[in-house]
Design a protein around this ligand. Structure first.
Ligand code: 15L
Length: 274
């Protein structure tokens, strides 16, 4: 079992869900976030670090004595090019480079379905190594994250696994998420598999549950030892009653990235005003 794990972005949505789930006997979670984190609960074996993933000195210090890093830090939604470049792209480089300098051999990266958001879901089950088709600047940052992970694996021999996370929430929130959902418990199972798989090298895997309506392959994730236990189908009636069957031509279900492929996520036009 991995003894000391650094989790960046530990105060974010996925980080908060993983904090109790990745706790284990004999393991220390070093939790890092730019914002103040909730104090350790009684008996909780955590170390709290307040720092930015863009700060190389802070990241080198945070990676001292660590066995593996789960990099969740960064903007989790679309943002201006400037913020995406600085926090998501430069931040990921900083984490990988600090890991190399500190001798940390395993890095798990939170990539996203938005790295391939413009792939049409009607094209059949999305394979594990789909060529990038980012739907936003955020999606571009996830492509850059995967590229940086590949570089650090090939050049420096780190084990780097990029998880193209579907939608990791307590419950699916819309019809698309019946296909893209990863339950928090399955997410913890997948992170554990990524931490313990022997010598994986560089991998790209999909991060979803065993959903009946899944759009994505789980072959590569399963090859690392991931065995999902949950299925969004238990929420299907509730979600369909609330949202209705979507129009198949709407971006909400036409593309893997859903509404992120629609006009509301056109950051270039928003920034330029035309
Ligand atoms: C993501 O990458 C986002 O971080 C998350 O907020 C969701 O929107 C998710 O993708 C999704 O596509 O459902």
């Amino acid at each position: 079992m991995t003894a000391r794990i650094l989790i960046t972005g530990a105060g974010g949505g996925v980080g908060t869900l993983m904090r109790p789930r990745l706790a284990a006997e004999g393991r220390v979670l070093r939790l890092l976030d730019i914002a103040e984190l909730p104090a350790a609960a009684d008996g909780e074996n955590v170390e709290l670090v307040e720092a930015s993933v863009t700060d190389m000195a802070a990241m080198e210090a945070a990676l001292e004595g660590v066995d593996a890093v789960i990099h969740l830090g960064g903007h989790s939604l679309e943002e201006s090019w400037d913020k995406i470049l600085r926090v998501n792209i430069d931040g990921t480089h900083t984490v990988l480079e600090a890991a190399r300098r500190a001798g940390v051999r395993r890095v798990v990266l939170a990539s996203s379905n938005h790295a391939v958001g413009y792939v049409e879901q009607a094209d059949g089950e999305a394979g594990d190594y789909l060529f990038p088709r980012p739907d936003t600047y955020y999606g571009v940052s996830k492509v850059a994250m995967e590229a940086l992970g590949s570089l650090y694996a090939d050049r420096y021999g780190l084990d780097v696994i990029a998880i193209r996370i579907g939608s990791c929430f307590e419950k699916p929130r819309d019809v698309r998420m019946l296909s893209t959902w990863m339950s928090p418990d399955d997410a913890a199972r997948l992170f554990e598999a990524c931490l313990s798989a022997p010598s994986p090298g560089f991998r790209v895997v999909w991060g979803i549950s065993a959903n009946k309506r899944a759009w994505f392959s789980l072959d590569e994730a399963r090859s690392l030892g991931y065995e999902p236990q949950d299925d969004s189908e238990v929420y299907a009636a509730e979600v369909l009653e609330k949202h209705g069957e979507p129009d198949p031509s709407s971006p909400a279900v036409k593309y893997l990235g859903g509404v992120w492929c629609g006009p509301d996520f056109d950051t270039a036009v928003k920034e330029a005003g035309r």
